[in-house]
Design a protein. Structure first.
Length: 139
């Protein structure tokens, strides 16, 4: 069983408040000779489109003194998961979950915004105290 992130339960509650149904905790991704676990899998029925949207979520806390090092690790994990999810479940979108303070203090830097946009990294921002999703950034 993978180790749970500090904000695992917070993000789980935030997704449910946002109308998502948690389908996997964790979401196991198996591809050829490798098995990895994303933190959560969820789905949401979009009534207007009469379709369902499926996501995988990897929670990132950014607790080390260097947010750049944390971003490097997160991006490596993101692209590893993205590659295998695309092969197994091409209709599932991968998101990083990022705490609001990290988004405000690090992700707002012009260099990081350029990087995230050019690398097309999708993520959402959550408020840990209110257990709510604040913003979705989809690339």
């Amino acid at each position: 069983m993978p180790r749970l992130d500090l904000y695992h339960d917070v993000v789980r509650v935030a997704l449910i408040k946002d109308g998502w149904t948690i389908t996997d905790d964790p979401l196991t991704i198996e591809f050829e000779d490798l098995t990895i676990d994303a933190d959560l899998g969820a789905e949401k029925i979009i009534a207007a489109q009469k379709s369902e949207r499926k996501i995988a979520v990897e929670i990132k806390v950014f607790r080390s003194p260097s947010p750049v090092t944390e971003l490097e690790r997160a991006v490596g994990q993101y692209y590893l998961y993205l590659t295998f999810i695309a092969k197994q479940e091409p209709d599932r979108t991968l998101f990083l979950a990022v705490p609001e303070r990290i988004y405000n203090n690090f992700f707002q830097r012009p260099s990081i915004q350029v990087f995230v946009k050019e690398r097309q990294i999708s993520f959402f921002v959550f408020n840990p105290e209110r257990e709510e999703i604040i913003k979705w950034i989809v690339h």
